[in-house]
Write a protein that binds this ligand. Structure first.
Ligand SMILES: NC(=O)c1ccc[n+]([C@@H]2O[C@H](COP(=O)([O-])OP(=O)(O)OC[C@H]3O[C@@H](n4cnc5c(N)ncnc54)[C@H](OP(=O)(O)O)[C@@H]3O)[C@@H](O)[C@H]2O)c1
Length: 282
């Protein structure tokens, strides 16, 4: 089934002619020159998708790596996220354009722009979405989506959205936090699911089940966790500032976790209790 996946595999985005590389590179808590070097290392290792955010304070560094890599702009997929709105749609739009400029210069664009969190309230969610729609309309952003959204937040968008559904919902996902309700809902709507914290920030490196599967497949625990996401049809966004790990995490291909072992990993789910950042509120 997913044995033919490669590091170059992509997924179509809903209502779009753009496609998203199935493997992304996360840069949360990656700062300054380290972030530039990590992104360059990732691009050299074959990642073609970088996930940043206004909140991470490293959009300019991601942009610098993008330019320094000399990889054609069209071959790299860049995601960022808006943290909070301005006082109106225009002021919110200005915040979006500021990110686009940091990442890709005055004439640039961003592949995917997300609302980072639904937590600011309904007016905040609406302002950010309307501003993202404007940025999409003028071509500064190719696709727009959401993050940490529960079913209720996506359903609410129907009241004001012209662009619906959101292209992606980026949420915390790994065997201990599978968020099945929102995943099923998103898949039923054609919304692509992105998995943040796919490595559980290395907090499960000594979990007996995970270690035994890593031994069985002769892979690192990180590779098993990333492969798990890929086989679930999620877009994993592993982060690392360690060159050897950046390469190792990208080597999640050429093997398949069999059905029985996928079921074993599925059996580790702890629901919202298993979240290390946050589970969505449906
Ligand atoms: N939308 C949201 O609200 C949200 C929230 C959280 C994260 N995210 C996104 O998702 C990305 C990934 O999540 P995350 O960074 O929180 O967690 P993660 O990718 O699960 O884990 C990253 C941590 O694991 C370590 N690590 C990486 N590869 C490893 C390996 N092979 N062996 C052992 N340790 C390893 C890293 O250390 P070193 O760097 O020292 O190697 C880092 O401390 C973020 O960077 C961000 O882009 C989004």
């Amino acid at each position: 089934m997913s044995s033919w996946l490669t590091i170059a595999s992509v997924l179509p985005l809903p209502n779009s002619h753009h496609r998203i590389p199935l493997l992304g590179f996360g840069v949360y808590q990656s700062h300054g020159p380290t972030c530039v070097q990590s992104c360059l290392k990732a691009l050299k290792a074959g990642y073609r998708h970088i996930d940043t955010a206004q909140y991470y304070g490293n959009e300019a560094q991601v942009g610098r790596a993008l330019r320094e890599s000399k990889i054609p702009r069209l071959d790299v997929f860049i995601t960022t996220k808006i943290l909070s709105p301005g006082i109106d749609v225009d002021a919110t739009y200005a915040r979006i354009i500021d990110s686009v400029q940091k990442l890709d210069g005055l004439d640039g664009y961003v592949d995917l722009f997300l609302i980072h969190s639904p937590n600011g309230g309904k007016e905040s969610r609406k302002l950010m979405w309307l501003a993202l729609e404007k940025a999409k309309e003028v071509g500064k952003v190719h696709d727009i989506g959401v993050s940490n959204y529960g079913k209720q937040h996506i359903e609410e968008m129907k009241e004001f959205a012209t662009v619906f559904p959101p292209a992606v919902n980026q949420i915390e996902l790994h065997p201990w936090c599978q968020q099945r309700e929102i995943v099923e809902y998103c898949h039923s709507q054609g919304i692509v699911i992105e998995a943040y914290c796919p490595l559980v920030r290395n907090q499960k490196a000594h979990d007996k089940t995970l270690v035994s599967l890593a031994e069985k497949y002769n892979k690192s625990t990180g590779q098993i966790l990333i492969r798990y996401c890929l086989q679930k049809g999620w877009v994993p966004l592993p982060k690392s500032d360690t060159p050897g790990r950046i390469t190792n995490n990208a080597d999640a291909y050429g093997f398949v976790i069999d059905r029985k072992d996928m079921d074993i990993l599925d059996g580790l789910d702890q629901g919202a209790r298993g979240a290390i950042v946050q589970a969505v509120n449906n």
